[in-house]
Design a protein around this ligand. Structure first.
Ligand SMILES: Nc1ncnc2c1ncn2[C@@H]1O[C@H](COP(=O)(O)OP(=O)(O)OP(=O)(O)O)[C@@H](O)[C@H]1O
Length: 332
């Protein structure tokens, strides 16, 4: 029998999921310039497929379709918000999605890629990547993969589930992220402005915390709790400085008793990652963290304690965070 000709073997898909409105529309313009270069370098080996998002959550749906269809890789093109949505596309109803080719090719798994083109691009920082798209193409050509963990947060009254690759957090920082989203036009400064706005009406709060299924403990005067699968949030703040996305655990940083002026005076330490040496800051490695209001009626009295994941506002406490080790093959 004749061996199959080159033409009859279909190239596998590299699906690029692009937020054209990322970084105030700059992502769309940069992507248009990049696509011909990318096709020239990768097109011989892969079928390049371009999917533009139409709005929030669309990237998740596009990633799910690509993974089900057996794509070799889905590549997020945009900021951390787009990456977050693509990561969530690796799961459905809380479980990893299976390719329809899984029976015939069980070893084949869709990889995750990233061309950082957003406002913050915080996940890219942990690998020391800059925003040069030519370097991103080099990485995709090399195709070297590393297993990365994914964080999972179950939150709110309805116990909804969301996955995160970077940092999930609650209270002041999550409220700050909520406001920062309104100021993206001013770039990374939006996170500092958002934090100062978040301090308006903010009260440090007593919260119940349980680490790795142990005993519940009450922590007083909590300003923020940050749960890092990776190190950075807020456009370069090294908030969970010892987190490593391939470690199999999460770094939890609990900040207590901060006032708005502490935030300004100690802002530089958040960028350096040296804040974890302050006496009102605790850092620990966990596989699971549960956080609840001390007093359930707090939820009714105040607007609740904000919860976010990868800079996306999710809702309000309660919340349970855990890690799924080596969940995704990441092209690095
Ligand atoms: N076509 C679209 N129009 C408007 N918003 C979109 C569209 N597609 C996706 N989005 C939303 O835009 C949000 C932000 O996008 P993205 O993360 O790419 O850029 P960014 O905000 O500039 O960067 P960063 O998240 O790194 O700060 C995403 O969370 C997503 O929900």
């Amino acid at each position: 029998m004749e061996p199959p000709s080159h033409e009859t073997i279909r190239k596998q898909d590299y699906v690029f999921i692009v937020n054209p409105n990322g970084a105030n529309g700059r992502t769309g313009d940069s992507w248009k310039k990049l696509l011909p270069k990318l096709t020239a370098r990768l097109g011989n080996n892969w079928n390049i497929s371009e999917k533009l998002t139409a709005g929030p959550q669309h990237a998740t749906q596009l990633a799910r379709e690509a993974i089900r269809d057996g794509a070799a890789a889905v590549i997020a093109v945009g900021g951390d918000g787009t990456l977050h949505e693509v990561v969530n596309g690796f799961f459905e109803n809380g479980k990893p999605i299976e390719s329809k080719l899984a029976d015939s090719f069980p070893a084949q798994k869709t990889a995750l890629g990233l061309i950082p083109m957003g406002t913050g691009s915080d996940f890219a920082r942990v690998f020391g990547w800059n925003s040069d798209p030519t370097r991103a193409i080099d990485r995709l050509c090399k195709g070297e993969k590393k297993k990365v963990d994914v964080g999972q947060v179950i939150y709110g009254k309805e116990r909804k589930k969301r996955f995160f690759i970077n940092v999930a957090d609650l209270h002041l920082s999550a409220k700050a992220g909520f406001y920062a989203g309104m100021h993206k036009r001013i770039g990374n400064l939006s996170y500092v402005v958002g934090a100062l706005q978040g301090f308006q009406g903010h009260r440090n709060r007593d919260l119940k915390i349980r680490v790795d299924g142990g005993k519940w403990e009450t922590w007083s005067e909590v300003t923020a709790i940050c749960v890092g699968n990776s190190k950075y949030f807020g456009g370069g703040m090294k908030i969970t400085p010892t987190a490593d996305p391939s470690s199999g655990d999460l770094e939890v940083v609990i900040i207590k008793g901060y006032k708005w002026y502490d935030f300004l005076l100690k802002l530089h330490t958040l960028y350096l990652g040296s804040h974890i040496r302050q006496k009102n800051v605790t850092s620990m490695k966990v596989r699971r963290l549960d956080v609840e209001e001390v007093d359930d009626s707090t939820k009714e009295k105040y607007p609740g304690t904000f919860v976010q994941a990868d800079g996306e506002h999710l809702g309000f406490l309660d919340a349970s965070f855990s890690v799924i080790p080596a969940a995704i093959d990441f092209i690095r």
